[in-house]
Write a new protein. Structure first.
Ligand SMILES: [Zn+2]
Length: 253
């Protein structure tokens, strides 16, 4: 089975009609992984697969626009009858389970033990499910955050998660077949020493060019840009096939 990326949602920072926040379904090598659980993506996921059959859930960081639909998934798995045959591994930054429990008004997530299995991500985290290998690298954001490199039988997908410019993004994207990259902001603010936590379209294009990716997919475009503008600006510097991530699209990596 070739590696495919299904776009479930791309919106930043809140969902819109038919436009959930960040979420993707990564399929290949016998595995199906829900990557980021932005609001609205659990519903979209059900158009493409049976959530109870997910191999894993992989969460880049715990900002609500990337993780809030873990609540929807917990309800589906715990109360909705969508019981997975075995607990689904949830690869996520530390505290994910405690945060979920807090929102649900529970002391812990023991009541989800039979359906979700929380495992903490770290820089260099590497796991294989059948022929799909997932590698996490810490990236530059205003909370603990990871980018992803997914490899399957010679095909490589890289995903920025949310990040400012950093060396790890270039390493994740190195010669990737498809680089799914955020372009959240119109411009970096001048005169500020603080770490940048998002990319401009030009940043995304430059990283794609320098990493020699085969194709760039622009996502997570914030409210100061349209995705058409962001994609055109990224394309102007990427020198690579550059498209916008659009809900419902399926890309063969
Ligand atoms: Zn974020």
């Amino acid at each position: 089975m070739p590696l495919t990326l299904t776009v479930l949602g791309t919106a930043s920072p809140h969902p819109g009609p038919d436009r959930p926040c960040s979420g993707y379904l990564l399929s290949g090598g016998g595995a199906e992984v829900w990557v980021d659980a932005g609001p609205g993506t659990f519903a979209a996921l059900q158009r493409h697969t049976d959530p109870a059959r997910l191999t894993a859930i992989w969460i880049s960081h715990l900002h609500a626009d990337h993780s809030a639909d873990l609540l929807a998934a917990a309800y589906a798995f715990a109360y909705g009858g969508a019981t997975p045959p075995a607990p689904i591994p949830v690869y996520a930054p530390q505290d994910c389970a405690d945060r979920l429990a807090g929102f649900l008004g529970r002391a812990d997530v023991d009541f989800l033990k039979g359906v979700l299995d929380f495992r903490t991500l770290y820089d260099g985290h590497d796991v294989r499910h059948w022929n799909l290998r997932l590698t996490a690298r810490a990236v530059a954001h205003d909370t603990e955050a990871y980018g992803l490199r997914a490899e399957c039988q010679g095909s490589v997908l890289a995903y920025s998660g949310d990040s400012g410019p950093c060396a790890a993004l270039g390493e994740l994207a190195s010669r990737a077949d498809l680089f799914l990259c955020e372009a959240d902001i119109d411009a970096h603010r001048d005169g500020e020493d603080r770490e940048q936590v998002h990319l401009t379209p030009e940043d995304a294009g430059r990283i794609a060019f320098e990493a020699r990716v085969r194709a760039l997919l622009v996502t997570h475009v914030g409210p100061t840009l349209t995705r058409e503008q962001a994609t055109a600006r990224a394309a102007a510097v990427s020198g690579r096939l550059t498209r916008a991530a659009v809900e419902g699209d399926v890309h063969t990596v």
